[in-house]
Design a protein around this ligand. Sequence first.
Ligand SMILES: CC(C)(COP(=O)(O)OP(=O)(O)OC[C@H]1O[C@@H](n2cnc3c(N)ncnc32)[C@H](O)[C@@H]1OP(=O)(O)O)[C@@H](O)C(=O)NCCC(=O)NCCS
Length: 159
Amino acid sequence: MSEPAPSVEPIKIRPMRLADLDLLMPYEDELFGSEAWSRQSYIDELADTELRDYLVAEAAGQLVGSGGVLTIAETAQILTVGVLPFARRRGIGAVMVQALVARARQRRAEEVLLEVRVDNEAAQKLYEKAGFSPLGLRRGYYDHGRVDALVMRLGLADG
Ligand SMILES: CC(C)(COP(=O)(O)OP(=O)(O)OC[C@H]1O[C@@H](n2cnc3c(N)ncnc32)[C@H](O)[C@@H]1OP(=O)(O)O)[C@@H](O)C(=O)NCCC(=O)NCCS
């Protein structure tokens, strides 16, 4: 007997707007801890539409996640992915990663890189599931030298 297919809620991905920051910023510290950005950092990032794509995810009309990717020539870099705590484990992070990779591909990137804390197992699993492979460690990348980053890579050149 086969398992019933999991029900997948419709998740809408759209470009982030300045007004979204009112909803996102209250969660910033909880989501990103020592890597939290200021409102001004987001404003500056959103202004650079030439290289950067910031997206948000909505479920049932409610903002539930965000992400950003920087594409310079053939290399893209995922800068951030976050899903609001009440909306986790519903596949929203996975949809956001797919959408960021799709933007990088549209911008003709041949690879996508990212750094993730070695102690962030949830994010590592998310990226692994999206096809990223570990490339190496950047020692002491986080928390003033205390926490290493795992660098992960997804090649896009072969399709
Ligand atoms: C990491 C994060 C974005 C995942 O978002 P999410 O919407 O819950 O992820 P998904 O539901 O799409 O999960 C996709 C896969 O990731 C893995 N995963 C996600 N959360 C996990 C957890 N807490 N523990 C273990 N694996 C996890 C699983 O493999 C999962 O697939 P499954 O549910 O079929 O097992 C979310 O936990 C988050 O916002 N964390 C804080 C911010 C952060 O660490 N961002 C990443 C670094 S920038």
